[in-house]
Design a protein around this ligand. Sequence first.
Ligand code: FBP
Length: 348
Amino acid sequence: MQPEGKLEEIGAFITLEQFIIDNQESVASSTGAFSRLLRDISVAAKLVNWHMRRAGIVDVFGSTGEINVQGEVQAVMDALAHKEFVRALRRGGECCMIGSEEHSEAIPMRAGEVEQGKYIVLLDPLDGSSNIEVNVSVGTIFSIYHLPDGVTEATVDAALQPGVQQVGAGYVVYGSSTILVYTTGHGVNGFTLDPSIGEFLLTHPDIRIPDDGDMYSINEGNYESFELGLKKHIKWMQQERPDAKRPLSTRYIGSFVADFHRNLLKGGLYMYPATHKNPSGKLRLMYEANPLAFIVEQAGGMASTGSQRIMEVVPTALHQRIPLFIGSSKMVETALAFLRGEMDLDSP
Ligand code: FBP
């Protein structure tokens, strides 16, 4: 395609910034602060993308040698992504506090003594970081809350709000292309980064997850520690029943955000249940489960702990883990029916 042809085509696209401003009034009492916050998040995502695209050429592989609050070895890119988001949100001035997977404590955003911003941002700066060195898609996940009314001091307690209180949530996948997907409670939209102009362009308007799918994602290496209902569900999905479109296919990238994105577009189910190694599940409620639960529900899907809607869980800690069943509504409902013992291997 000739450059000028391409320019004309690009002209037809809406940029993320234009979309945010166009939709600003859909955010209650909008002052532009929320739009600026989303802008700051997109700037940080572009910077992380810049580092990711040079991975292997410049030394961003390996670990920092630090052990993060999860007890995991921190990857160099985990620390870089964390730094880029903290810097962009601090510079932007709309965020009063950050909770990050890469930092044990909540990070207050102060400019001198003046507390700034009224939004709390919870972050998984780089999800799936164990995949960086092998060139597999990784991502960033973010959740946004408003500082509760009447609360002036941004503390961890101010952040421990149930998912239904989120005013925004989203993720970025750094994969074959870089895409940012977010919601503010008015549907879900996806924007692909065009590196030639450095802009996120609206490429996936009003995303709806199919009610059903033919793929499921779970680390079957943990099978022995799954509860009986889940073991039966997995065996049921693997049965040779062409009339019932079974067996289903298993797809497990090992980057939650990448598995989730595929399921959001194609239909599917991602499960990370309680296991012997992670008796409360592995994924973190505040910056992995809640934000993607908000997205999937806005797209017509479901997210559950196995017994409770994720978005209604009352958080108790910044880095708490939670079992997660998320994706197409029919597939999550089937998983829950097996967990409740209402379905069995001979169920149709
Ligand atoms: P982080 O990389 O942010 O710690 O996320 C957790 C995660 O890597 C998910 O992205 C992924 O789905 C899951 O853990 C993989 O866990 P496991 O290796 O136990 O299957």
